[in-house]
Design a protein around this ligand. Structure first.
Ligand SMILES: [Zn+2]
Length: 421
């Protein structure tokens, strides 16, 4: 009996947390400034891992139709490394990962003497890890309410202001439940109604990792998100709001990797007295503890390497990837960068891993490229554009919402000028 009671207690404990975890956080002190009420709306949607060619490959009917009505890019180039947290933060700040500080999903900061890990709630909601001004913070500071359905970093105080409405991250809502909550935000009285909304879907990425990009399961996930987007557009239309704009993006693509023949991590790196290394499988960063040793270690790694990967000194890392020593504003990357050639990955002996991966350079591996589709009254109709870098999404949003940028970013107005009416 006592045991039953304690399990019930445990159960109710978990239920309590399950409930509080999924609850919306609302800042009731805020209202739109008077001049904001007549401004347009932007819903920025990210479908994680929605590769540039998925809509066509899997015939995502709604997205293809909306792309035809609005603007679509041949592909959007993720910033390097093509990993989830760095790229969501690049999309929302207009800065490259090495410039905003989120250089990976997991990394160590030697000044803070702390780990950042996307799965660690305390770190993920601690704004001091995140550089730049996220769009919701920019909006809030200019009197415009914002809302976020689980965009990376949106539960943190990065940039100074959280969204007026947000959720702590969890995966209990279905895509259509998220859509309903977004529609509910747009039903609020106009002084409480958010004009900038971010919406995040993890399903396509999860399927791509687990089953691989070229599978029925990933096709199904693409249709799940396509249906949710169709549902969102239809429900928003029924609200009769005049000026709602949609931007559909992904953080990166996906490729099936060679999990049967991974590259062994060079033996010498296991000497903890001399090195720390951080293996993201599609990228490995090496910190050499004695700076005097960097050059000789680099030479040794290079001499012993196979044709399956490249070794770079961070100061000579390819310029176009914006991930070199001079880009490393938070000093988090490490002096040596080791890059496997797709479909090869680095893997610790005996460790299992998933079939689908991302993280490679989009210039070397086209499968890393992401989707960009935008539509609504602010956007041109039936407009196809070429490839562009994802740091250029930020100025598109500021332009549509007439927000003033308050600090320099890496993106420019060029794409905005090309696609906006
Ligand atoms: Zn991702």
């Amino acid at each position: 009996m006592k045991k039953l009671f304690s399990s019930l207690l445990l159960l109710s404990f978990f239920l309590f947390f399950a409930q509080t975890d999924t609850a919306q956080v609302i800042n009731l002190d805020r209202k739109n400034a008077v001049e904001v009420i007549s401004k347009p709306y932007v819903i920025l949607i990210s479908a994680d891992g929605f590769r540039y060619d998925y809509a066509e490959k899997y015939k995502a009917e709604n997205l293809l139709k909306l792309a035809q009505y609005g603007v679509s890019a041949k592909a959007m180039l993720p910033s390097f490394p093509s990993i989830t947290f760095p790229n969501h933060w690049s999309l929302i700040t207009g800065l490259y990962p090495a410039h905003h500080g989120l250089i990976d999903n997991y990394f160590y900061d030697y000044q803070k003497k702390k780990f950042y890990a996307m799965s660690n709630k305390e770190a993920a909601e601690d704004g001091t890890w995140y550089g730049g001004t996220p769009l919701w913070s920019l909006a809030e500071k200019q009197g415009m309410l914002s809302a976020s359905m689980m965009w990376v970093g949106s539960a943190s105080d990065a940039g100074g202001e959280r969204p007026t409405y947000y959720y702590h991250y969890h995966e209990k809502f279905t895509p259509n439940e998220k859509v309903d909550k977004v529609v509910d935000w747009l039903k609020l009285p106009e002084d409480r109604r958010p004009h900038f909304i971010t919406l995040y879907f993890p399903e396509v990425d999860a399927s791509g990792h687990h089953f691989g990009p070229d599978t029925k399961e990933t096709e199904n996930a693409v249709h799940l998100i396509d249906d949710a987007v169709g549902n969102l557009v239809e429900k928003v239309k029924q609200l009769g709001l005049k000026n709602v704009n949609f931007i559909f993006v992904a953080d990166h693509g996906m490729i099936k990797v060679d999990v049967e023949h991974p590259i062994a991590i060079p033996e010498m790196l296991f000497d903890k007295s001399r090195f720390d290394f951080y293996n993201s499988q599609t990228l490995m960063r090496v910190v050499v503890k004695d700076p005097a040793e960097v050059h000789s270690v680099y030479k040794e790694l290079k001499k012993n390497k196979t044709s399956d990967y490249d070794v770079f000194l961070n100061k000579r890392f390819p310029k176009k990837l914006n991930f070199s020593l001079k880009d490393d504003r938070y000093n988090r990357i490490g002096q040596i960068i080791v890059v496997p050639k797709a479909p090869k990955i680095f893997l610790e002996k005996g460790k299992k891993t998933s079939l689908g991966k991302h993280g490679y350079s989009p210039y070397e591996v086209p499968e890393m490229k992401a989707t960009f589709i935008a539509f609504g009254p602010a956007f041109k109709n039936d407009k196809k554009i070429g490839e562009f870098q994802n740091v250029n999404v930020y100025p598109i949003v500021t332009d549509v919402l007439k927000l003033k940028m308050t600090e320099p970013i890496d993106g420019t107005q060029k794409v905005a000028k090309e696609i906006l009416k």
